[in-house]
Design a protein around this ligand. Structure first.
Ligand SMILES: [Zn+2]
Length: 171
């Protein structure tokens, strides 16, 4: 098993990197920019200078795919630009056949990553199920498994609501 982890800002600020000193970390420039704007950046600087944490580029194709998948799962509204960059990075690394895991505490990131076929880790272990969202029209009761365009009911045009459907254990 290759111990390479794609990490977001939340994870970098958690105690997880210190508790797992053997893990290699990779992230996006946007995450680093956010992290360096905060005060507790020394640890991050140190990890960058020792090469334990690296910044890598994601491909635009991977970014589109991540966005498309998040739209299907219904997680898109919950994801920031930075989250989508991170998912794009995971896909980009996966394409070059590098074994890695997305480590995050953000459920929308984890949910989309699983949908993209990317391995995930949620350090606290609270995320145990992939959430299969369903979309329900409050007016006519139409139910869809994928988010419709503009979240509008295809039957009557009413804005659809996202509901938690099935939950599938991920580990
Ligand atoms: Zn409807």
């Amino acid at each position: 098993m290759v111990d390479l982890f794609v990490v977001d800002a939340g994870l970098l600020f958690s105690t997880w990197p210190q508790k797992n000193p053997d893990k290699k970390l990779v992230t996006t420039q946007a995450v680093i920019d956010e992290v360096l704007n905060r005060r507790s950046q020394r640890r991050i600087d140190e990890m960058l200078s020792t090469g334990r944490l690296r910044i890598e580029e994601w491909s635009p194709e991977a970014r589109s795919r991540a966005e498309e998948e998040a739209r299907k799962t219904g997680d898109l509204d919950e994801l920031s630009e930075q989250d989508l960059d991170l998912l794009a990075l995971a896909l980009t690394l996966q394409k070059t056949s590098r074994d890695m895991t997305v480590a995050s505490t953000d459920f929308a990131v984890l949910n989309t990553a699983i949908s993209l076929g990317v391995a995930v880790l949620e350090p606290s272990g609270r995320f145990r199920h992939k959430i299969e969202w369903i979309f329900k029209c409050p007016a006519c009761g139409k139910v869809l498994r994928e988010a419709p365009p503009q979240m509008e009911c295809p039957v009557c045009g009413t804005p659809m609501q996202r509901k938690s459907g099935e939950r599938r254990r991920i580990h």
